[in-house]
Design a protein around this ligand. Structure first.
Ligand code: FAD
Length: 343
């Protein structure tokens, strides 16, 4: 299936989501792709509960609240969201660009907006050869289908929200669940930690603190056990069928580096009039771009999104003048926003 669109946005962080809004105001429909299963980029992944104080007009909001507000603002424009898919290829094609995702989805886009931030977030992996062999079968970094863990002996590694949330979600239906964390305190929400510790006290799950994975036992293609090193170098073998690892996410520029951009370390050089890259028709906004005086701030990305949208509109409708209109007074913008005209 090929999806034709005026604009394709790579990355659904705050700047990518705001790009939907700026394009929408100008009547440009778009599709947006992110390798993560949820929108929000760094705000949602790295600091959902931390306060942000420098968004104009919002004295304080958390990272997740900002994303929720941006999504609400972008809603009238009905962008197509394609989450959990990495954009793997971008190639110039007659009349625009051919964009292919890791899931094999193909887009034909007249313009492309790279809003990839610091790159696509990838789970931090275990550095054990057995883990690589069993990855995707019995060693996993994401839970795709919780029902397959029913009746299994599960070991969960990590001390953040993902580790705690999945341990809480899975222990009741597991044969046995052990959560192992390398520190003596959890990073995740205190309420989740308290709930899991309570379950452990009731004998429904097990929690091991200050323990580090030391090895993996396997027979053929089956996981059989997880070896944990405890304080004092004591080793403990935990029989296991499934290992879930939540060591957080680290960003990788990934395929963006291979699309022919003028790259400056891990950023893409753009101009400051249109925020266009060295490939006409492909724009770069937010943390991923660079120009003299660049500051990696959300509000700078918002400005870049506005100017890039104007430039894209001119490309999509060549020869037509793009007039500046105010959302306060423009009837056509009210129509696009789905709000009643005040007059
Ligand atoms: P990101 O938020 O990085 O989002 C990029 C998205 O692109 C990601 O979701 C990624 O998965 C996706 N992606 C990348 N490559 C691909 C690909 N090939 N295919 C599909 N998807 C892809 N800024 C402020 O202005 N104020 C603050 O107070 C503030 N506090 C911060 C606190 C912390 C702890 C951190 C880490 C940052 C903070 N920042 C703050 C910085 C701010 O979060 C970033 O400037 C902002 O997130 C950049 O937004 P973005 O949309 O450009 O990129």
């Amino acid at each position: 299936m090929t999806i034709k669109t005026d604009a394709l946005i790579v990355g659904a962080g705050p700047c990518g989501v705001f790009q939907i809004f700026e394009l929408g105001l100008l009547g440009v429909k778009c599709e947006i792709v992110d390798s993560l299963p949820t929108v929000g980029g760094q705000c949602a992944e790295l600091y959902p509960d931390k306060p942000i104080y420098d968004i104009p007009g919002i004295p304080v909001c958390s990272g997740q609240e900002l994303i929720d507000l941006l999504m609400k603002q972008a809603k009238p424009f009905n962008a197509g969201f394609h989450l959990g898919e990495e954009v793997a290829e971008v190639a110039i094609e007659e009349g625009g660009f051919r964009v292919v995702t890791s899931a094999g989805k193909v887009f034909l886009a007249k313009t492309v907006f790279i809003a990839g931030g610091v790159g696509s977030f990838q789970p931090r992996k275990l550095r054990l050869p057995e883990a690589a062999e069993l990855e995707g079968t019995h060693v996993n970094y994401r839970v795709k289908d919780p029902s397959r863990y029913k009746g299994k002996r599960i070991v969960v590694l990590g001390g953040g929200d993902s580790a705690l949330d999945w341990a809480l979600a899975l222990y009741e239906h597991a044969e046995h669940l052990t959560l192992v964390h390398r520190r003596d305190e959890f990073r995740g929400a205190p309420a989740s930690a308290a709930a899991l510790i309570q379950a452990a006290e009731q004998g429904k799950a097990e929690v091991i603190l200050s323990g580090k994975i030391d090895g993996i036992g396997m027979e053929g293609e089956q996981l059989t056990s997880v070896r944990i090193k405890l304080p004092g170098n004591e080793l403990r073998n935990i029989p296991a069928d499934e290992l879930l690892v939540f060591f957080g996410l680290s960003p990788k520029l990934g395929p963006i580096a291979e699309w022919g951009f003028d790259i400056n370390r891990k950023t893409i050089n753009v101009d400051t009039e249109k925020f266009v890259t060295n490939i006409p028709g492909i724009f770069a906004i937010g943390d991923i771009n660079d120009y003299p005086g660049k500051k990696k701030l959300i509000l700078c990305g918002f400005h870049e999104a506005a100017l890039a949208a104007f430039a894209a509109k001119s490309l999509i409708e060549p020869g037509k003048k793009v007039h500046l209109q105010y959302t306060t007074t423009s009837p056509i913008m009210h129509k696009r926003l789905g709000v009643a005209d005040p007059d």
